[in-house]
Design a protein around this ligand. Structure first.
Ligand SMILES: NC(=O)C1=CN([C@@H]2O[C@H](COP(=O)(O)OP(=O)(O)OC[C@H]3O[C@@H](n4cnc5c(N)ncnc54)[C@H](O)[C@@H]3O)[C@@H](O)[C@H]2O)C=CC1
Ligand SMILES: O=C(O)CCC(=O)C(=O)O
Length: 419
């Protein structure tokens, strides 16, 4: 059924869904409605390149369900985007939003493009065209986009401006993750990384790890990874290794994160920062450390890597970093405390929810209020997950997925979708 959602990433999300549906004993005839997205939109985005040529990029937006409210989720600009990947990410958004009790269904979007290959002008043209094509299918009460890999506050500002120009008025609530200067909330840019760090702190309490004497390895140094690195560094954690798509560095004495952040601010990527600390990026996930943070892309922790990982806390800042086969290995490794992706990186969408609420009310909060409310919601999700994992005798990932799926199932049932 629905062969359009092919590929390893969707297959992985489907397998996780089926495992959770088995635990929850969801009848077979109700599963397809919960698994397959409500709708998927494919668009072509033509732009003029700076050299005068015309190029067409493929774009997608997948809205998984609308049963709890508008659909919500980021948009990524990446050369790896395809419909299956975007659909898988929309499922994970659904379980994430429901786990955190946010009034949203899941969605995700993407354009198949290497954003690093575009000029500022070309990036603006592509961002505006993507939103233009999606105007008939999105809205503040239908589907609300946000940043993800390869997009940022500036791209969100262009999305908002394009939608607003069409509406003939400013509609700040159409996207989240915007600059504070045009309707964004204080604390959204840092929210995902800050939330990851908060849950690392909670996990360290559970396993009695002294953070100020611990070490960390972080894969991915973008919006999420760089904030985690900076926050952990400030807590006294030794950052042994970091990487992005251009370079990986390892220093057993600990990397100087403030200096690296300054380098990134001018150079954009890690390449060129150091020659002495340079390592093969393929080795980064198996460096011995206390806290391992994949903060880049999906499916980097394979069965082989899972067997070699030497950490105490695996904080999944990225979406879908761990394959189903690797999860089977971790199920037999109670030495590793896993904070599963849909819980670990939920600070981003939680603060996006706050941004949407503030935009709808045109009443804005102080950053302190944003952080306090975010940590409260994340703590609830964290303790619910670990206690339900114990009760159901399952992994933290399955406990979190079941909590999200159960809420979506109950909402659909109450609305009469199932007998
Ligand atoms: N931005 C947000 O608010 C949220 C992001 N996430 C997830 O966090 C992850 C990172 O997203 P962002 O930081 O926003 O994206 P970003 O585009 O700001 O940064 C991505 C980083 O990963 C690096 N990267 C890409 N491919 C890599 C590879 N094969 N090996 C090593 N590094 C690689 C890039 O160089 C860059 O440093 C993604 O999985 C995303 O879905 C999850 C929740 C919210
Ligand atoms: O902030 C949002 O709405 C969604 C962020 C996102 O794409 C994610 O949590 O994976």
């Amino acid at each position: 059924m629905f062969d359009i959602y092919g590929g390893p990433v969707f297959n992985m999300a489907r397998q996780q869904f089926l495992q959770a549906a088995d635990i929850l004993e969801i009848p077979n005839d109700q599963r397809d409605r919960l698994l397959y997205p409500k709708r998927a939109i494919a668009v072509t985005c033509p732009i003029h390149r700076d050299d005068g040529s015309t190029v067409v990029y493929e774009g997608y937006r997948v809205q998984h369900h609308l049963s709890l409210g508008p659909s919500k989720g980021g948009v990524r600009f990446s050369p790896h985007v395809d419909l299956g990947e975007v659909a898988a990410l929309s499922l994970w958004m659904s379980w994430k939003c429901a786990l955190m009790n946010l009034p949203y269904g899941g969605a995700k979007g993407g354009v198949r493009v290497d954003p690093y290959s575009l000029s500022h002008k070309e990036l603006e043209a592509l961002s505006r065209r993507f939103m233009q094509e999606l105007i008939p299918f999105v809205g503040p009460h239908v589907d609300v986009m946000a940043p993800d890999i390869g997009t940022n506050e500036q791209v969100m500002a262009w999305f908002m401006d394009t939608y607003s120009n069409d509406a003939g008025r400013t509609v700040t609530e159409i996207v989240t993750g915007k600059p504070v200067s045009c309707g964004g909330t204080a604390g959204r840019r840092e929210a995902t990384g800050r939330g990851v760090t908060h849950l690392i702190f909670r996990a360290s309490e559970e396993i009695k790890l002294n953070l100020s004497q611990s070490s960390a390895v972080i894969q991915g140094f973008g919006n999420v990874g760089s904030v985690v690195a900076s926050e952990l560094y400030d807590l006294g954690v030794k950052i042994l290794a970091i990487s992005d798509h251009t370079a990986a560095y390892h220093d057993p004495k600990g990397l100087n994160i403030p200096e690296i952040l300054k380098y990134i601010a001018t150079h954009g990527v890690l390449k060129g920062y150091s020659t002495e600390a340079l390592i093969d990026p393929a080795t980064i996930l198996t460096i011995k450390c206390d806290i391992l943070v994949p903060a880049a892309v999906e499916r980097v922790i394979t069965e082989e890597i899972a067997n070699k990982i030497e950490c105490k806390i695996l904080a999944e800042a990225a979406n879908g970093p761990t394959t189903v086969e690797a999860d089977a290995v971790f199920a037999k490794r109670p030495d590793i405390f896993i904070i599963p992706d849909i819980l670990c990186n939920s600070g981003g969408v939680t603060v996006s929810y706050f941004e949407w609420v503030q935009d709808l009310q045109q009443f804005f909060w102080e950053e302190e209020e944003v952080i306090n409310r975010m940590t409260k919601i994340m703590d609830k999700g964290f303790y619910e997950t670990i206690s339900s994992a114990k009760q159901l005798k399952t992994t933290n990932r399955m406990a979190a997925t079941c909590a999200g799926l159960r809420r979506v199932h109950l909402a659909k049932q109450a609305r009469g979708l199932f007998p």
